[in-house]
Design a protein around this ligand. Structure first.
Ligand SMILES: [Zn+2]
Length: 541
């Protein structure tokens, strides 16, 4: 008989019971009995021994053994008498819940044959990600779920319903208020998304067509999410001083959370560009004050001082992009409008810190430009930066890495107890383009650089910000935590080897240091090597 120091909580027992009841529907009773009795007999499918365990609550590590049966953790404590089909000796290693990425662009790639394993994500220890950020993604989440499940999945995927996609489906790229009928149609799509399991409403009010929506529209749609227990996560209207300014844009998230009565997340929180560096102090103050008032406001963040977006989105004024690419091309052909567009681009390039701070990530019309800065390309052409950018955009949009943040702001945001971790990354075919390294290195980088090397945050704080905290905020049941009854999304890592070799010029490098990665009790990485197994699921809120 094994000694379990920490008895499972009532909720955990219930969870096990629920799991057993769910199993009973498909499996003969005898196997259910076996499922329930074997942990008590001290025999598990997988036993992780002698590890230093972070349970995901923010507590410092402690030595515990973990017994896993099927897809769940069933015992945590001193299990030295127990046996298991597979025993992981975690002596000298750290164990924690698998990492949760709350803002990921990887969902479309994960639904693509050949990419569904998501190796770069697993190598970082990511076992769950939330897709459809920034107001994007499909509006038929049922169809998306089917596509994601078709070839299996490496990590788990949760979905948001995107405001921009909903608006586009009802109103196209129209730059105006919605009519009451249009608003009703949008409400119906959001409701359907929530019924299909979305974790909440995402928005990208900086991007078209989200930027055309007044705050009141977003409040109305956020209200739809409330009875489902969902949240609101927003790429805010302005992260710089493009129009309303970054502080007012954070206020907008607070207002939407207050009026809709749901949690609000300022996603990939930042202050973009030298004009607004230092504004992190005012933003922290406002979020703290809102929380004191009882409004649930949060932020997530990636640990880099560069962001990534489209070249056009970074430089071309929003009014000039209204109506989509064709409308934009028409405006470019009109000399009066072109002059106005160029003037706006000059101001926006200044906001971004200049042409040497924009590095081309992906440019299909000419891949030789990838990895080079706009400044380098312009010099080689003997042309101005604005003219060069326009010439490039005319042939097809480029994605850019934009060096626009100040590390003091990055650190101030990171230290807040209401900030969790996201990558804003995507899943790129290995070797394609020169994408932002956040797609490969976010999670180990935050631990290595900001916790271990620079001491900006503690190790337990860092782990909590990528496990228990995001699971709690997104109401992801039974994940992000090590306790009996929780799903067995578990990572075992070598802290000394944890590393993010991906750089801005050589991003295609997998993270290092993960020894074992378990998703729903199955091995995605075993002893430092990828398995070919796919244990991920599409999660339902
Ligand atoms: Zn975004």
């Amino acid at each position: 008989m094994s000694r379990i120091r920490r008895p499972p909580s009532f909720a955990a027992r219930l969870a096990v019971l629920h799991a057993a009841v769910a199993l009973a529907a498909v499996i003969p009773l005898s196997s259910v009995v076996a499922q329930e009795t074997s942990p008590a007999a001290g025999r598990y499918d997988i036993l992780i021994r002698h590890g230093r365990v972070f349970d995901g609550t923010g507590d410092p590590w402690l030595y515990e053994d973990i017994g896993i049966q099927g897809d769940r953790i069933v015992a945590v404590g001193d299990l030295h008498d127990a046996t298991a089909a597979t025993v992981i000796d975690a002596t000298g290693l750290y164990v924690s819940p698998g990492f949760i990425d709350t803002h990921s662009h990887a969902a479309p790639a994960l639904a693509t044959p050949g990419l569904s394993q998501g190796r770069p994500l697993l190598a970082e220890g990511v076992t769950t990600l939330i897709g459809n950020p920034d107001g994007g993604g499909p509006i038929d989440l049922g169809k998306q779920r089917t596509a994601l499940e078709k070839d299996g999945l490496g990590p788990n995927v949760g979905l948001m319903i995107g405001h921009g996609s909903v608006r586009n489906a009802v109103m196209g790229m129209a730059d105006r208020k919605a009519t009451p009928t249009e608003l009703d149609s949008m409400r119906a799509i959001v409701r359907r998304g929530m019924e299909q399991g979305a974790f909440g409403l995402s928005s990208g009010l900086f991007y078209t067509p989200g930027s055309f929506a007044p705050t009141e529209e977003v409040v109305e749609l956020a209200k739809v999410v409330r009875p489902f227990g969902g949240l609101y996560s927003s790429h805010i209207r302005d992260e710089s001083d493009y129009d309303v300014g970054v502080v007012a844009a954070v206020d907008e998230v607070i207002r939407i959370a207050r009026e809709a009565g749901i949690p609000g997340v300022v996603t990939h929180i930042k202050v973009l560009g030298p004009h607004v560096w230092g504004y992190s102090a005012a933003i922290v103050e406002r979020i703290d004050r809102a929380r004191q008032e009882g409004i649930e406001v949060w932020a997530d963040q990636y640990p880099y001082d560069a962001s990534s977006t489209g070249l056009a989105a970074a430089l071309v004024p929003a009014w000039a992009r209204a109506g989509g690419r064709d409308a934009f091309m028409k405006r470019l052909a009109d000399s009066t409008q072109l002059a106005k567009i160029k003037a706006g681009m000059v101001a926006n390039l200044d906001r971004r810190g200049g042409a040497d701070r924009l590095q081309i990530a992906r440019y299909r019309p000419d891949t030789t430009l990838e990895g080079r800065t706009l400044d380098q390309i312009a010099r080689a052409r003997n042309a101005g930066a604005i003219q060069t950018a326009l010439d490039m955009i005319r042939k097809g949009d480029a994605s850019v890495v934009s060096f626009n943040m100040n590390d003091a702001d990055v650190r101030r945001f990171m230290k807040q107890p209401w900030t969790f971790t996201c990558s804003d990354g995507t899943l790129v075919p290995f070797g394609q383009g020169v994408p932002h390294p956040r797609s490969y290195g976010t999670f180990p980088r935050k631990i290595r650089k900001y916790a271990l090397e620079d001491g900006v945050i503690t190790l337990p704080f860092a782990i909590h910000s990528m496990t228990g905290l995001p699971a709690a905020v997104f109401r992801i049941e039974d994940r992000g935590i090590i306790r009996p009854g929780a799903f067995a999304d578990v990572v075992v890592f070598d802290l000394a080897k944890l590393n993010d070799p991906a750089t801005y010029l050589k991003p295609h490098q997998l993270a290092q240091g993960m020894v074992d990665v378990l998703v729903n009790g199955g091995f995605a990485i075993r002893d430092g090597r990828f398995t070919s197994e796919l244990h991920g699921r599409v999660l339902h809120r």
